[in-house]
Design a protein around this ligand. Sequence first.
Ligand code: B4P
Length: 188
Amino acid sequence: MRLVLIGPPGAGKGTQAGRLAARFCVPTISTGDIFRANVKGETALGKKTQEYMSAGALVPDEVTNAMVKDRLVQDDVTAGFLLDGYPRNPEQAVQLDAMLAELGIGLDAVLEITADPEEVTRRLLNRARLEGREDDTEGVIRTRLAVYADSTAPVTAFYAERGLLVRVDGIGDVDDVTSRIVAALDAR
Ligand code: B4P
């Protein structure tokens, strides 16, 4: 299973990625998690990316693409992977195509999890209370939603044209959303 997960911040990408990775026995590659681990570890990559993340902006493509390219050649992803949060703009989608072509593999599906801005804002503000993530403040959430609409939403059209897009409603109980996703993927 080679799957991409797309959705606005707070739609449930990371939440569902963990469940789907366990179900399909493939590793998750979450660009957001990799960046956050690097920020926490104060690595060179973390220092390069922190200001973009805390502002709710996308990390520059050359940094993100190189990181994903390195990850996709590691041994544990030969049997499949779940890409969570990448690609996030059309340029990244083109780069991902090139990386996969070089490896002689393709995607099985691109899963878009949908949720309205009011619901995702509510969820992210709740996460801020629980986890204190610095990009979960009201102003930064607004920026992240605008970046999603401008840069990431067009990526869904890119994959819809290739017949890869599967759209699932992300509103409701986490277990119900997982069941909906599994049913939609099974139906393909
Ligand atoms: P991400 O880590 O991808 O952050 P996110 O969009 O907020 O999604 P996340 O997976 O964390 O949250 P989820 O919806 O599961 O990106 C963070 C930053 O990293 C970006 O702003 C950017 O700066 C950088 N970045 C990452 N990828 C990049 C790329 N490719 N290019 C450039 N920059 C990149 O969950 C949110 C909350 O909702 C959780 O608290 C969860 O418990 C809750 N929730 C989930 N499902 C729910 C449900 N059904 N009901 C109720 N609550 C639910």
